[in-house]
Design a protein around this ligand. Structure first.
Ligand SMILES: CCCCCCCC/C=C\CCCCCCCC(=O)N[C@@H](COP(=O)(O)O)[C@H](O)/C=C/CCCCCCCCCCCCC
Length: 211
């Protein structure tokens, strides 16, 4: 039987992604995303275009990890060093390395900010709150500025198909509403830490606008 989504698993994978010296293991980072994509798939086919893109990016990183250079893709830090030292990143326009690890991970990293903002809204929401509104507010404050008009429109339509707050809490499969809120309270600082470490690293290397 297919294993169903569990918020606890997301929490565990993001926890495992941080090394003692605060490097971010790519293997666990993408495992966290795989878990989230499986959740999104359970919400309906209207989200397929989003999950296809996410899976494609996860796959690119998994391929690097499984390649002969895999050891350089252990952490986000080692990937940046390896790709920059070997000129494997298109810095100003997509050319020889259109699918570098750095630019691919940057797309997921931007989406992680959306996730953080959305989950924080969900955590502090009330019975009257609408998931579609929380989701699009989080989107407008994060990913929207990186997306073309057509993607923003399609995304807006998909958000309207989100289940209501109660149903959403059910699918999260983490117990009562109170338990979900507590688990979100545990998961958010971790997600935020992983996000900030990555953001600082990319900023330090001037990689935040990779094409
Ligand atoms: C804890 C459970 C509750 C939360 C569940 C959230 C589940 C979310 C799962 C996956 C999120 C998808 C991540 C999407 C990554 C998008 C990366 C991106 O920005 N790609 C664009 C740019 O890529 P390049 O063209 O430069 O290669 C690409 O153009 C985008 C295409 C598709 C649209 C992406 C829309 C992203 C919206 C994120 C909100 C997802 C809403 C899910 C609702 C639960």
């Amino acid at each position: 039987m297919a294993e169903c989504f569990s918020l606890q698993n997301v929490l565990e994978t993001f926890k495992s992604s941080l090394s003692d010296n605060k490097e971010v293991y790519i293997k666990y980072y993408i495992a966290g995303w795989r878990e989230l994509v499986s959740f999104m798939n359970s919400l309906g086919t209207v989200f397929s275009f989003i999950s296809k893109d996410a899976v494609n990016k996860i796959q690119i990183l998994e391929n690097f990890l499984a390649s002969e250079n895999g050891s350089h893709y252990l952490t986000i830090q080692s990937m940046l060093k390896f790709e920059l030292d070997n000129e494997l990143v298109d810095l100003t326009k997509r050319a020889n390395h259109p699918e570098s690890g750095c630019r691919t991970l940057l797309r997921l990293h931007r989406a992680l900010l959306w996730l953080e903002l959305f989950l924080e809204r969900l955590r502090t929401s009330t019975e009257e709150s609408k998931t579609s509104v929380m989701c699009s507010e989080a989107y407008n404050e994060s990913l929207a500025r990186h997306h073309a008009w057509i993607i923003r429109k399609a995304t807006g339509v998909a958000f309207c198909a989100l289940p209501g707050r109660d149903a959403f809490f059910e699918v999260m499969n983490a117990g009562s509403h109170e338990e979900v809120v507590n688990l979100l309270g545990e998961a958010l600082p971790l997600i935020s830490e992983v996000y900030q470490i990555t953001e600082d690293l990319y900023a330090k290397n001037n990689l935040l606008e990779l094409p």
